[in-house]
Design a binder for this molecule. Structure first.
Ligand code: SAM
Length: 276
C-alpha cells in the first residue's frame, strides 16, 4: 500500500491515519491484501438482499441460459450469487489478493477466475452475457482503456450476446461554478467528498472514516467519469448497440433525475463503425 503524509488534513489531526487507494485498476502493489479485505467491509450495503437480489434477477434474465463473464469480479459478490441460480459464470479480476479472498468464500469453486486486466485479458469460449457492475468501468482512467474494455467485452460475446454496465451518472449539476469539491455524504464517523477535474473528466472520491477504536482511515478512489451517450459510442465502436437503459436493476425508468443507470448493449457485428 502507498503511504502518504497526513499533514494538511486538520479535520483528522487527532487520529492515527492510514491512506490507501483501492479499486482503481492499479497494480497489486497498491491493492494489497489489507486493502482487498477492507473492500468487502466498506461495501456491506451492496450485499443487502434489496440490492443484490434485483441485480442477480436482472443478470440471470440477460444470461438467458448462456454462459456469463463478470469483468472485475472482485470477491464474487454478484458472480457467486448468480452461480447459485445455476448460471455458468466465470470472472476476470486484476487484483490477485482479491482473488485469494474470493477463493476462500463459499461457492467460489463454481466461479473460475482469471487474474488479469479486463481491457486485455481473454478467457476461453463464447458468452451470452458479459457484465461490469458497481461503477467499475470508471476505474479505467482513460477513454482508450474504456474503449478497449468494450472491445474486450464484444470479443467474448456470441452474436446477439449482451454487455451490461451499472454506473453512476456524473453529478456535475451539483458542482457550483468555479468549485472542484462536492460533499456527497457526511454521517457520523464518515465524510465522503467528490473532487472533479472537468478538463480531464476525472473524479476522485475521498472517503474519511473514523474507526471504532478512534483511529482514522482515509482512502481515495480515482475514476474517469463518463456519460451514457459516450458509452453508447464506445459500444458502437465495438460492434454493439444500445438495447435498454434503466435507472437501476429494478428497471425503474431512466430520467433526467436518475443518478445511476443500468445499460444493456447487444452485439451485432453489422453495427460496427470501426474495428481494431
Ligand atoms: C468496486 S469493486 C467491484 C467488485 C465486484 N464486481 C462487485 O460488484 O462486488 C472493483 C473491482 O474492480 C477490480 N478492477 C479494477 N480495475 C480492473 C481492471 N482493469 N481489470 C480487472 N479488474 C479490475 C478491482 O481490483 C476490484 O476488485
Amino acid at each position: 500500500m502507498h503511504s502518504k503524509s497526513t499533514a494538511g488534513i486538520p479535520w483528522f489531526g487527532y487520529a492515527r491515519l492510514k491512506w490507501a487507494t483501492y479499486c482503481n485498476g492499479m497494480s497489486d502493489g497498491v491493492f494489497d491484501a489489507e486493502v482487498a479485505s477492507g473492500c468487502d467491509r466498506d461495501v456491506e450495503y451492496m450485499y443487502a438482499p434489496e440490492v443484490l437480489r434485483p441485480t442477480v434477477d436482472f443478470l440471470e434474465a440477460c444470461a438467458a441460459g448462456y454462459r456469463a463473464l463478470e469483468f472485475a469480479v472482485g470477491t464474487g459478490r454478484v458472480a457467486r450469487a448468480l452461480s447459485e441460480r445455476g448460471v455458468n459464470v466465470v470472472g476476470i479480476e486484476l487484483s490477485a489478493s482479491t482473488v485469494d479472498q474470493l477463493r476462500a468464500k463459499p461457492g467460489a469453486d463454481q466461479v473460475p477466475v482469471t487474474v488479469g486486466d479486463m481491457t486485455t485479458t481473454r478467457v476461453e469460449g463464447e458468452f451470452g452475457l458479459v457484465y461490469l457492475v458497481f461503477n467499475t468501468i470508471g476505474n479505467l482512467l482513460t477513454q482508450d482503456q474504456q474503449v478497449e474494455c468494450f472491445r474486450n467485452a464484444a470479443a467474448h460475446l456470441a452474436e446477439g450476446g449482451l454487455f451490461v454496465i451499472e454506473l453512476e451518472v456524473p453529478q456535475l449539476r451539483k458542482l457550483p461554478v468555479g468549485e472542484r469539491f462536492v460533499a456527497f455524504k457526511v454521517d457520523g464517523g464518515y465524510a465522503g467528498i467528490d473532487e472533479y477535474d472537468v478538463v480531464y473528466q476525472q473524479l476522485t472520491s475521498h472517503h474519511y472514516n473514523v474507526e471504532a477504536d478512534g483511529s482514522g482511515r482515509l482512502f481515495a478512489t480515482p475514476q474517469r467519469y463518463v456519460w451514457p451517450s459516450e458509452l453508447d459510442l464506445m459500444a458502437r465502436l465495438a460492434g454493439m448497440r444500445l438495447r435498454e437503459r434503466w435507472a437501476d436493476f429494478q428497471r425503474n425508468p431512466f430520467t433526467a433525475e436518475s443518478t445511476s443507470h443500468v445499460s444493456v448493449w447487444e452485439k451485432n457485428e453489422s453495427s460496427a463503425w470501426a474495428t481494431a
